[in-house]
Ligand binder design. Structure first.
Ligand SMILES: [Zn+2]
Length: 203
């Protein structure tokens, strides 16, 4: 394998050296990372879904909210805007996986993330099976996620060309109490209702 590193460039900002590789407009990878929100930063964000026009009625993916990629993967094309703090108004574009032709892993990860976005947005414990919590997690449409505010844990990933970029793949949820106690069961809550059909999409 021949190495095609291009020309060696010294970054005028940070003085580190890097190779242009094949890029016509090379940019310093060190500075690119420094311009990003640091990995594992927790910030309150609003979620906006950019509709992709893809529907799958059987999954409950309606109203053209989902997107379909060239590889056959279904996902939500998301724009997260930081609401306050040091990174206020910064936007992060990342995807939430719904289904991948390669297997269940991606879709399961996306499903868990969506569940935690809802838990975080409403301040409910992941283990909370109260009627109210169940109601929140029961999406009538993926559109229900649009506009939700939640606490995100921001990470650094790579875009299609390998450049570092911010991503949101985790929601910060309330820590479970060490000994989880069943909440006082309200008279209206029966066991049957607690095991009611799973939420439309989270099933
Ligand atoms: Zn630099």
């Amino acid at each position: 394998m021949t190495e095609n590193l291009g020309t060696k460039i010294t970054c005028p900002r940070c003085k580190k050296k890097y190779y242009s590789l094949d890029s016509k407009r090379p940019s310093c990878p060190n500075c690119a990372v420094k311009d990003l929100i640091p990995d594992a930063t927790e910030a309150r964000v609003t979620l906006k879904i950019r509709p992709g026009g893809y529907n799958d009625e059987a999954q409950g993916w309606t109203e053209g909210v989902a997107s379909m990629g060239k590889t056959g993967a279904a996902y939500l094309n998301c724009e997260f805007t930081v609401i306050d703090g040091l990174y206020k108004n910064r936007k992060i574009f990342s995807l939430i996986g719904l289904r991948s032709p390669k297997g269940d892993w991606w879709g399961n990860k996306g499903r868990a993330f969506i569940g935690n976005i809802i838990n975080s947005a409403h301040g409910i414990l992941a283990s909370d099976q109260s009627l109210e919590a169940i109601k929140y997690r029961k999406l009538s449409s993926l559109k229900d996620l649009d506009g939700l505010e939640f606490m995100a844990r921001i990470s650094i990933g790579k875009d299609a060309s390998g450049k570092p970029k911010n991503e949101v793949e985790e929601a910060v949820i309330l820590a479970e109490p060490k000994e989880y106690k069943e909440p006082n069961t309200e008279p209206s809550v029966s066991k049957n209702e607690n095991t009611a059909s799973p939420p439309l999409w989270l099933q």
